[in-house]
Design a protein around this ligand. Sequence first.
Ligand code: 8Y7
Length: 293
Amino acid sequence: MTLATSLCPPQLRCGGRVLDLRNPHVMAVVNVTPDSFSDGGQLHWGGAIALDVLCERVEAFIEQGATLIDIGGESTRPGAAPVSEQEECDRVLPAVEAIAARFDVVISVDTSTAAVIRGSADLGAGLINDVRALQRPGALAAAAQTGLPVCLMHMQGEPDSMQADPRYRDIVAEVRDFLLARAATCEAAGIARDQVLLDPGFGFGKSLNHNLTLFRSLSQFAELGFPVLVGVSRKSMLGAITGREVGDRMPASVVAAALAVERGAKIVRVHDVAETADALAVVSALNGLMERP
Ligand code: 8Y7
């Protein structure tokens, strides 16, 4: 067993469910934003979320091997417009409620908003995934109240302008120090240390070189004693490497997910669930971490 594995908590308490961290997990991306590029508008009908279509999609992701479903109602793509608290609640809460009623899966809520954190925890969410690392007013206290695990992600700037001219003195040190400081703040606010996940935040206020440097240093993050979550699926860094458009980045995304897990990531946030689940099964089997018949 590696040092990183022994330092990281063995499991997360996700409301009524336990997530065993001895094996890596696939988190499926489900956007409930009307402007999402991967949605194609199918999830929205007359302005409201089509919950039956949503549930079909979630069921397929679970069958394909997802153990977490990440629901997001705020687009955090570069250049995306902000969304009101009410609008975000209206998008996310019915989705959480519908999924929690039907499926045995950990629902992760991609939000920075206190009202969404509270509301979704009440409806059965199992994890808070915040690209702003609980820095919005009220978010930290709301998350602490839920008792749920929190994923703290690093972002420089805000989505509308973060890719304009990102600069760092030392990208790895700055991201690591930020995440450790936020983890300490969470602990001081009453969030158990073994319920905190860290994420370097690929593509969030980072140039291609920043992203590459971070990815090459991933094992350092995995050795900090917190489970690491990685999201690189279909991102522009993979477009820059391969020259492919967003719809043609599945193979690149799967390889990156496999390498992230090889370097110690415990959860990978992806769009291509079946392909990534295969890749992670192969990584585990070839590394001898899984019992085979
Ligand atoms: C990430 C994320 C996005 C990520 C975590 C996209 C919500 C952009 N990326 N959350 N969210 N980590 N924790 O392209 O990398 O999927 S949205």
